[in-house]
Design a protein around this ligand. Sequence first.
Ligand SMILES: Cc1cc2nc3c(=O)[nH]c(=O)nc-3n(C[C@H](O)[C@H](O)[C@H](O)COP(=O)(O)OP(=O)(O)OC[C@H]3O[C@@H](n4cnc5c(N)ncnc54)[C@H](O)[C@@H]3O)c2cc1C
Length: 413
Amino acid sequence: MSGASVAGPALAYWLCRHGYRPTVVEVAPALRGGGFAVDFRGAAHLTVLERMGILDEVRRHSTGGGSAMSFIDDQGRQLATLPPEFAGGDVEILRSDLSRILYHHSLTPAADGRPAPEYVFDDTLTSLTPTPDGVHATFARTQPRTFDLVIGADGLHSTVRRLAFGPEQDFVSHLGYYVAAWDLPESARDLAARSVGYSEPGRVATVGRTPRRSTEPGYTGEAFCVFASEEELTHDRRDLSAHKKAIARAYEGAGWRTPELIDTLWAADELYFDSLSRVDVPCWSTGRIALLGDAAYGATLGGMGTGSAIIGAYVLAGELAASPDDHSAAFTRYESRLRRYVTQCQEGGRGTGEFLAPTTQEAIDARNAALNDPAARTAMLQQGHALSTALTLDTPTPDRPTSHAPGTAIGTA
Ligand SMILES: Cc1cc2nc3c(=O)[nH]c(=O)nc-3n(C[C@H](O)[C@H](O)[C@H](O)COP(=O)(O)OP(=O)(O)OC[C@H]3O[C@@H](n4cnc5c(N)ncnc54)[C@H](O)[C@@H]3O)c2cc1C
């Protein structure tokens, strides 16, 4: 499988539980750090974490929940408050902590001696060619190999999707916004004395005061910026310096302490920067190749992408184990069980950019008025809750014994 962030290690864990022997190739030289907090919402997310045996560990590393954020004017005066439930869900954790937990958990040798996944870092697939019994894969760095199945868990800009399904523009819609997040240095601590967001039409600059890790008590600050851009930015996605320049350009002339905030960007080693985009792939599989997580049904920000990735891994592995000799049937059931749910989640994230960074002053005022209206606020929270409970995990497939013998492992790349 391709990608070792959230979906990849989660699927690797479940496949090993079923006796498969997955190989995970990750383009980064090591597990990627960076990224702000992601959250889990509702019974389905928590049930899967529990069935994986990591719910307690995720809770131990949780940020302690989202904190309320005030929208302020250019003098720092409070205009409206975003309740903590909006941001933090049931359990909130740094994406990097979650990825590390999933990775280590996938490697924990099963008590009955079943194989652990193989991780290959610093490499990427360069071609995928179907053969009668598998998929022949070539890599940028390591030797070609043939696998029984290939799963693309390599995110919004998936290489597996490009190689096997078609160009990115056929599947990824830009939603007109970009998001950037980075940690604030110690010297800018007072900027994040409280969680605030400063809005101007088409851009919001927020600072968060987040209780971050149970292992590192205290508070750290993080910057989180969302800005409108109808045009898709054309830059190398791996060019950190180009990202920083694009963000700085988007905040030129902004009021409040935004210039001070943007100044902290230049020293940031890690930065999350991407478009708010939605992925729609008409069919998540082709032959022996399937997509999972953001690669199949991503929805940056507000679309519960992390929870959907975890659920997808659980369902996909369960279905493969349920029909070890019929991957097509397994892929079809995986998709039919999940598509409606993830589409609803994606829809939930559709307005996130416009909510955080409305493009007119009237829309900013209307957003603030709604947040100050208890009835409107309750309605917004109820909408989020309805979505988070829209899936029932009715079949505990991963816990039922599989007919797939451990010795006849299916390899996935
Ligand atoms: C560094 C980073 C920071 C993020 N920060 C946030 C955040 O702060 N908040 C948020 O809501 N979401 C964030 N996300 C996205 C979030 O993790 C996903 O929306 C969600 O968890 C679904 O996960 P995923 O595993 O499907 O995709 P992703 O988490 O995007 O993971 C994809 C993985 O595939 C790898 N990859 C990409 N191309 C290749 C290739 N050619 N070959 C091999 N591997 C490849 C990537 O390096 C990455 O490890 C971040 C993702 C990354 C990679």
